[in-house]
Design a protein around this ligand. Sequence first.
Ligand code: MRU
Length: 354
Amino acid sequence: MGDHLTKSGHGTVPALRWEEPPDGPVLVLLDQTRLPHEEVELACTDVPALVLAIRTLAVRGAPVLGLAGAYGIALAAARGYDVDDAAGVLAHARPTAVNLGYGVRRALAAFRSAGPGQGAAAALAEARRLHAEDAAASAAMAAHGVRLLAELALGGGYRILTHCNTGALVSGGEGTALGVVLAAHRAGELRRLWVDETRPLLQGARLTAWEAARAGMPYTLLADSAAGSLFTAGEVDAVLIGADRIAADGSTANKVGSYPLAVLARYHHVPFVVVAPTTTVDPATPDGAAIEVEQRPGSEVTDLAPSPLGTQAYNPAFDVTPPELITAIVTENGVASPVTAESLAAVCVRKDAR
Ligand code: MRU
C-alpha cells in the first residue's frame, strides 16, 4: 500500500517518479497534501494505493494525472495485477480530468500489443514516453504563451492572476499556465503573480505560492473573493489558468472559481487565457454541458469554514467556462484564438494521431 517515505529534498519538484528497488517497482509521488510545510514522498506499490492517492489529491492536476494513470498500468503489470481491472479503477478514480483516462488507455494499449512476457516493459516504456511528451509540451506551451502575452500588447511587466496550481507539480515538465508565468519571469517580464488561494483545498495558497517562492517570483496571495477589487483597481493585465477538460467547442472545465474570473475578466476587458496540452482536449465531449464535474465531500468546505454541526456544503471541484469568455487557448501546437470548435481542432491535430 502507500507508504510515506523520506523528505524529498529535491532541488526541482518531480511530482512523480518510477523506481525499481529489489523488492519490486514503485511509483513514488511527492505527497501534495503535505505541502507546503513538509516535502514527503508517498511510495505506491500497488494500484489501490495509487487510486487512493489520486482521490485524496496527493497527486493531482490534469497532465500529471495522465502520467499517474499510465505508470499505474505499468505498476499493475509489473506487480501481476489484472491489468484490465486496474485500468477500470484508475481511469475512474476522478471523473473530470480527461488526461487520466488518456494515460491509462495509452499504457494499456502498449501492454496489450506487446509480445508474450513483454507487456509490463511495454507499458512502462509508454508511460515514460508520455512523461517525456508532457515535458516537451510544457516547454512548447511556455514559448507560445510568452509570445501570446507579447502579442496581447499588455505592456512590459505583466501582472498575472492565476487560480489553482498549474506548475511542475501537475506536469512532466514545468507546467501549463504557471509554466508560462515562469518563462515570463525568467525573461524579466513578470511584475507580479496574483495567486488566488483557491478554496476549499487551497491549491493556490499551498502549492502555487510554494512553487512561486521557490522560483523567486514576485507573488502575492489573495482570498478568491478579493479578485474583483483587484480588477477594479486595474491591477490585472491577464488571467492565466490551466484546464482539466476542454470540450470540442472550447468550453473549459478547471478548478471551481475559474468561471467567475472569466466573467470578471470580460467585464474589465482583461484577456482570459487557458494553457493546456492537447491531451486535455476531449473531442468526444461536445460542449460544456457534457463535462462531468466532480462533486467532492462537503466536509472539505466545512473543515475550512467553521459552521454549525450538520451544515451541508456544496463542493463542486470544477466549473466550466464557455468559449466566448476565453481569449485564447494555448497548446503545445500553437494558440487557438478566437476560441471556436474550428480553431481548437486546428491546433489539436496530433502528430501521432493516437
Ligand atoms: O482538483 P485538482 O487540484 O486536481 O484541480 C486541478 C486544476 O483544476 C488545475 O487547474 C488543472 O488540472 C490544470 S493543471 C495543468
